[in-house]
Design a protein around this ligand. Sequence first.
Ligand SMILES: [Zn+2]
Length: 346
Amino acid sequence: MLFGRKPKSSGFKAEEITLDRRTFLTLGCACCAMLALNVPDTALAQSPAAEAHLQAAKTAAGQDLVSYLRLADVVAPVSGLPPVAPDELMKMPTPAPAKVFDNLYFVGNKWVSCWAITTSDGIILIDAMDNDDEAKTIIEAGLKTLGLDPSTIKTIIVTHGHGDHYGGVGYLKGKYGSRVVLSEADWVMMETGLEFDRPDWGRPPARDISVVDGSVVALGDTKIDILLTPGHTPGTISLAFDVMDMGKVHRALLWGGTAFNFGRRPDRLPRLQTYIDATDRVRELARQQSVDVFISNHDLFDGAVAKIDRLKTGGANPFVIGTETTVRALTVMNESAKATFEVWKA
Ligand SMILES: [Zn+2]
């Protein structure tokens, strides 16, 4: 197991990671809960600049990326989609685990996804769902169903420090000794005060491997490029890596934290700006690397479960959406963030 590193300043300030109780309650104590409470304050979305960004987001979304327009629903009802209730999604039947590429597997539920990358030296897991029970009954059992051996989970990359992504780490690390990777900023956040917590989330893992922008997580024949894409949390990381579809190589990008669920407060504007900057930067990188697979850690954004159903019918792999569509998705996120910035700063 190798962990290359190209140190770079994260630019984060510790004071950005606290959340007062009033905001916490407003958000309903759930990761991404703003999506569950996305009742827009339409009176706020009247600035010409905000309207222009909302229109740009809608144009970029077209008909096929409306799920990402949920982000803009925070300030105006643009997606036309019903609000999301995480608790309802958690109660839905667990989708069957699935092989999505030669080296990428989905295990997860309708609320939160876990992805497994197979390598020549074991499994890299991306996120670990909400708690021990899900780690056991969905991740561990799902891998076995797919013919994979959970005891080979060498590395768990946690995209950000919210419990629906780290909650099951304790079970897997305790049983299989997996190493746990987070960004330095989110290790600090988990050590100094959780932004959100729920009784059905597992406890944060103990500090293990810390990565920064430009780090490479390597296992066997596989390398994963770590991109620091803050905003959702101070140290959200996104991952770029190769996937193979019947031997044909595609470049995949997994965005590690999508919603702006840290609340409308003037002192949060710098954090929203980091999201805008991250989507700007990674959109350019997606062009340069011809990223043609764009996935999420929540089905409600990438529609992974429906794509898995389509995969079963044969034909082209629906997860290969193309570079232009990947760039449009990042534009929807970017323009939605800019619209929100304009409203929140008012
Ligand atoms: Zn989150």
